[in-house]
Design a protein around this ligand. Structure first.
Ligand SMILES: Nc1ncnc2c1ncn2[C@@H]1O[C@H](COP(=O)(O)OP(=O)(O)OP(=O)(O)O)[C@@H](O)[C@H]1O
Ligand code: SF4
Ligand SMILES: [Mg+2]
Length: 406
């Protein structure tokens, strides 16, 4: 095995330093030390352990990891949607928001973990919208999509009359590529992709600053998936909201995310810019994930995947939780758990003893930092969207204003 010395130092990471410099604006959501258990005492499953993450204004932050790694639990916890037996046992989720449109410069912060029911009610949908896993099945089957969209507006936009709500609902549908004349359709009359678009339209209805999406396109075929993602990225560019995009599909994140955080057994084990992670992963698990899917462009690469199985969360190994599957594990890995540490040379963060200053880092985990460049392409091209981009753009421009200053 070829090895190279690592020149990184190990400054302890404080809240707000966990994310990559690829972020677009100032921090919007700062998560630090988040811990979530299912159950209590010795029987507790530690589903999220000491997680630090920062979502910046306008950024797409991807959260990747195998099934059961704690991604959804993380999303439920930060939005305070966690249900029993889930318990948040520690941490802070600071939301930095602008109090109103009139004084956009005056910023306030609220720890969502301390927020009361009224504060949460005011924030949800308005400032932070969530598209949960399998959300397209969450539509009410006995109400038309128009009724469901106008319900959201009736609850949160008291100043809108019935005609305005209806018009806005139509605009929202067109915004996500569905003709407004489908407002009268019931969910069963729409395809899976269209139902998912409706859920995204609902999430965008009140112009939130943050949209949290948990596997929003996983149930869809890859072509529909690409259509929706391209529309979503286009909307993000024009409307300026930030996205926390959760998926097990790292190849998808490489295309759409600015920054990627990789989760394993409830821990965030690497954060980096998407291109950095793709071209030069630092954690053996990230490298294993990258070698688990085929590249559709560029030279053929051998798919090796990751040996072994995800750990039983009730019986985690001592030391680094990845060590039973890690091809580079050594003595220390079996005894001490590596914290997520920032690498001074790049500003990115990794939890692996191989990047200690004196460690002999394997060459495959010490590739040079890549230069900035366009997003990597790993998914097939999409078919033309349902409505023309021009129509969708015109619609969006008439109903939305960029939040750049807010
Ligand atoms: N209600 C529950 N009671 C006990 N354990 C739970 C509960 N919900 C989730 N868990 C456990 O918490 C861990 C994290 O689950 P979570 O659903 O957050 O993972 P995930 O990364 O979202 O997985 P997937 O990709 O399959 O959606 C898993 O080990 C799971 O078994
Ligand atoms: S700390 Fe050790 S076991 Fe864990 S990922 Fe790094 S080398 Fe592998
Ligand atoms: Mg999940």
């Amino acid at each position: 095995m070829t090895t190279t010395g690592s020149s990184n130092s190990w400054p302890a990471m404080s809240a707000g330093t966990a994310s990559s410099p690829a972020g677009r604006g100032e921090p919007l959501l700062e998560i630090s030390g988040l811990c979530v258990d299912y159950g209590f005492a010795d029987d507790a499953v530690h589903a999220v352990v000491d997680a630090d993450l920062v979502l910046h204004r306008g950024e797409v932050l991807g959260l990747a990891g195998e099934s059961g790694s704690g991604k959804s639990t993380f999303a439920y916890a930060i939005t305070r949607l966690l249900r029993a037996p889930g318990v948040i046992t520690g941490g802070r989720v600071l939301f930095h928001y602008s109090p109103d449109a009139i004084a956009p410069a005056a910023r306030s912060s609220l720890d969502l973990l301390d927020a009361g029911p009224e504060q949460l009610r005011a924030l949800r949908w308005n400032r932070i919208a969530v598209v949960l896993q399998s959300a397209m099945h969450a539509l009410n089957p006995v109400l038309s999509v128009g009724a469901q969209l106008t319900d959201v507006l009736r609850a949160h936009r008291r100043d809108m009359d019935r005609a305005a709500r209806r018009a806005r609902a139509g605009q929202l549908l067109e915004l996500v590529g569905i003709p407004a004349d489908r407002l009268g359709n019931y969910p069963h009359e729409l395809s899976g992709g269209m139902r998912q678009r409706v859920m995204i339209a609902m999430a965008l209805a009140l112009e939130p600053q943050i949209v949290i999406m948990d596997e929003p396109t996983t149930a869809l075929d890859v072509v529909t998936q690409r259509e929706i993602l391209e529309e979503l990225m286009d909307l993000r560019d024009r409307l300026g909201f930030a996205i926390l995009f959760i998926t097990h599909d790292l190849s998808l994140l490489i295309e759409i995310a600015d920054t990627i955080a990789v989760m394993y057994a409830g821990r965030i084990i690497e954060t980096a810019g998407a291109r950095q992670l793709y071209r030069a992963p630092r954690h053996p698990y990230s490298l294993g994930l990258l070698r688990s899917f085929p590249a559709l462009h560029g030279p053929h690469q051998r798919m090796t995947g990751i040996g072994g199985s995800p750990p039983d969360m009730r019986q985690l190994p001592a030391g680094c939780v990845f060590h039973p599957r890690c091809p580079h594990a050594f003595g220390k890995c079996r005894e001490d758990a590596p914290p997520l540490m920032r690498l001074r040379t790049s500003g990115r963060a990794v939890a692996c003893w191989l990047h200690e200053p004196a460690a002999a880092t394997p060459a495959e985990l010490a590739l040079p930092e890549p230069a900035a460049g366009p997003p990597e392409r790993t998914l097939p091209e999409a078919a033309p969207p349902v409505v023309s981009a021009t129509t969708a753009q015109q619609t969006a421009m008439t109903i939305q204003s960029p939040r750049s200053g807010s």
